[in-house]
Design a protein around this ligand. Structure first.
Ligand code: NAP
Length: 289
């Protein structure tokens, strides 16, 4: 396909922002970034006009309801933004021959496994946020079988709200921090995810057949506690970190004990080498300082 115009939602989120930082290296594509005021995902009946006016060749939907704990008490809003809106964009994109890329989460799985989750592992969402994203995946593929869904996990960036920035702030404010050490996963630098998204667009532009569900996360698995230890080492902060269990840190939304995504499919199909999370974390922390 010949791609000229690309519409990106969620311009001010971690991934949306990282995409905006990379697009100058792709001068043949015209990117239109919309934040919540330009395209509000809680209002699916407004999408048709917005998409008609812009007439993109690709829509990249980075916007999402990502407040995992709040989603337990705001189920309807999470469902509208993460499921109904995604289905509506997929339906319009199918009608107009637009390719659609959207993102999902490791929380669509139950978190009980000893081997990494594959793109076709059966879904069993662990919390309301995960349920809303799982339904969004289903609607995206039901409305437009050519949709591309990239599941990711533990996203961090120098922009926006995330574990890395929260840890740095708390390590500066407190002498001691308790961090959960019995949840394993793969951190993902939003910049790397943005970069692989642009590779997908180049692939589509070159006629490559890319569709369906993919997993992308940085390589190497860790726990939140080990992740925090690495942040501490890279920043030189001096806070005491104490490893605790999930049971000692109750949250409104359940969290998976094991949520490691298997990324071989995207590595093989796009012929990419994914950076290790520690390397990407170092880059992110360099940007922050
Ligand atoms: N963050 C993670 O750890 C994580 C893990 C797994 C999967 N994911 C998925 O990865 C994708 C990118 O996430 P991210 O980390 O970039 O998320 P993020 O930093 O939380 O950004 C989400 C963006 O969505 C926007 N948004 C929320 N509700 C909206 C609405 N009703 N209309 C329009 N925009 C709305 C927010 O706007 P405001 O800036 O105005 O609030 C924000 O800019 C999402 O699909 C997410 O579900 C993220």
């Amino acid at each position: 396909m010949s791609i000229k115009k690309i519409l990106v939602t969620g311009a001010n989120g971690q991934l949306g922002w990282e995409l905006s930082q990379l697009v100058s290296s792709y001068p043949t594509f015209e990117f239109i970034f919309l934040d919540r005021t330009g395209m509000d995902l809680s209002k699916p009946d407004t999408f048709e006009k917005i998409i008609n006016d812009i007439a993109p060749d690709i829509i990249i939907n980075t916007a999402a309801y990502t407040a995992v704990d709040k989603a337990e008490s705001e189920k309807e809003m999470a469902h509208t933004v993460n499921a109904l809106a995604v289905g509506a964009i997929a339906r319009i994109s199918k009608q107009k021959g637009i390719r659609f890329i959207t993102y999902s989460t490791d929380y669509v799985f139950n978190g009980v496994s000893s081997i990494p989750f594959l793109p076709d592992t059966p879904l069993q969402p662990i919390n309301s946020y995960g349920s809303s994203k799982a339904e969004g995946e289903q609607l995206a593929l039901q409305e437009n079988e050519a949709s591309i869904i990239i599941r990711t996990s533990w996203v961090f960036s120098s922009h926006g709200n995330n574990f890395v920035k929260t840890m740095i702030r708390l390590m500066k404010e407190r002498e001691q921090l308790k961090i959960v050490d019995d949840q394993a996963g793969r951190p993902t630098y939003a910049r790397d995810l943005a970069s692989v998204t642009l590779k997908i667009i180049e692939g589509l532009n070159g006629g490559k057949n890319i569709q369906g569900i993919y997993h992308y996360a940085n390589t190497g698995e860790t726990t939140w506690y080990q992740f925090a230890e690495k942040i501490k080492a890279l920043t030189g902060l001096s806070c005491d970190l104490i490893a605790i269990t999930t049971a000692e840190f109750p949250t409104p939304a359940a969290r998976p004990g094991y949520s490691v995504l298997d990324t071989h499919k995207i590595e093989n199909e796009l012929a990419i080498a994914i950076p290790h999370w520690e390397t990407s974390l170092e880059q992110c922390i360099q940007k922050l300082s």
